[in-house]
Design a protein around this ligand. Sequence first.
Ligand code: 5GP
Ligand code: ZN
Length: 116
Amino acid sequence: MSDPNCIFCKIASKQIPSTLLYEDDLVVAFKDIAPQVPVHVLIVPKAHVSGLDGLREEHKALIGQITLVGQKLARDLGVAESGYRMVVNSGPDAGQTVFHLHFHLLGGAPMGGKMV
Ligand code: 5GP
Ligand code: ZN
């Protein structure tokens, strides 16, 4: 399912261009438009899911796939050994700005203080 007003649905269906790094039946991964660190990739489901709070039982395989795609991209992009984070912001207190589920893959530089 796709939301006609959703920017990540448009990226996933290639109506809006992005630097696409990975694609399969379930997910796409593309470079963040405003990278916070040298490696900043967004991994998103092709189907519209609003965020962590929109997940249901039927999405179990999807979440597994997103995590494994993050691992693969970290290796391909050369940050698996130096280290990386996968981060999901959910809701206003976490600063979520795009309401289509996305995992940030971050790496390529020390990320300083730990939040958790
Ligand atoms: P959030 O703040 O919701 O966790 O993350 C949204 C992310 O999407 C931000 O890091 C922002 O830079 C990125 N972003 C927003 N619009 C676009 C876009 O049109 N293209 C790409 N590649 N990234 C985007
Ligand atoms: Zn969407």
